[in-house]
Design a protein around this ligand. Structure first.
Ligand code: FPP
Length: 260
């Protein structure tokens, strides 16, 4: 079997440190879904005496690197927390810059998404976004809809509790029996595997209302690195760390099962 992650090795020079990290990965245990809380942009800017929005701008190349690396590794879904339902509380100029950045990102990154066969999607209460951001998003989603590789899902105006409320309302209106399966099917992430790995940058030990239902069994990886400094090396280290974990899903796990 040829594993998709060969694409990453092919893109790296054998002398590069990332080549050795990529070689150390078990290609049969690449997480199917990686979710990321991209945190620390503000602190990155503060450390440099720059305005907070400079930190958000500096976070865009890290988005590109994460997307390209996940696409080359054969990850199925990458969900990035770009804007939470709580982020409206920030100063208006910061919020407006974030919408502007989203539009610039979608315009400039489209060739990268196409080259890497990435299909774009978005989750959240998208109808509350400024019309120009909604239009840019809809256009990029349509233009990448025939791609068959990584599904890049941007969580925008997203809240885990809001998502559960929306799912419950739709379930109530449909009259469908409430089961774990039917709840999952009514979430924004319907049809996707649950995240295997949840990465949070900047050291905060919180899940911040992100994919609350879906991360029930996710492995958590928190790094002190601030999002603009989150490199390919960091991402490969996070996946290597994930591969060392014994995922038990409430059972006894492989090692315990053998020695019973
Ligand atoms: C959290 O850092 C980050 C955000 C609220 C926005 C994330 C946006 C980007 C990475 C750039 C654009 C992304 C896309 C997908 C186009 P923070 O501001 O809370 O940092 P702090 O905790 O240090 O203040």
């Amino acid at each position: 079997m040829v594993f998709p992650m060969q694409a990453l090795l092919a893109a790296l020079a054998p002398g590069e440190p990332d080549f050795r990290l990529a070689q150390a990965l078990d290609p049969s245990r690449i997480p199917r879904h990686i979710a990321v809380i991209m945190d620390g942009n503000g602190r990155w800017a503060k450390q440099r005496n720059l305005p907070r929005v400079a930190g958000h701008k500096a976070g865009v190349p890290s988005v590109r690197t994460a997307v390209e690396t996940c696409a080359r590794l054969g990850v199925e879904v990458l969900t990035l927390y770009a804007f939470s339902v709580e982020n409206w509380k920030r100063p208006r100029t910061e919020v407006e810059t974030l919408w502007q950045l989203l539009r610039v990102y979608l315009r400039l990154e489209l060739p990268t998404l196409m080259r890497n066969n990435v299909r774009l999607g978005a989750i959240g209460r998208l109808d509350a976004l400024p019309p120009a951001a909604q239009a840019a998003l809809a256009s990029a989603i349509a233009r990448t809809s025939a791609n068959t590789g990584l599904h890049l899902s941007l969580a925008i105006n997203y809240g885990g509790r809001a998502e559960l409320v929306d799912a419950m309302k739709r379930l109530r209106d449909s009259g469908v029996e409430i089961t774990e399966e039917s709840v999952s099917e009514h979430l924004y992430t319907s049809g996707q595997p649950d995240p295997d790995l949840l990465i949070r940058t900047s050291g905060e030990m919180r899940v911040s209302n992100f994919l609350l239902w879906q991360i029930a069994y996710a492995e958590l990886y928190v790094t002190e690195t601030l999002w603009p400094d989150f490199s390919r090396t960091e991402l490969l280290r996070a996946i290597l760390d994930y591969q060392k974990r014994d995922r038990r899903f409430g059972g006894l796990g492989a090692a315990a099962a053998i020695t019973r």
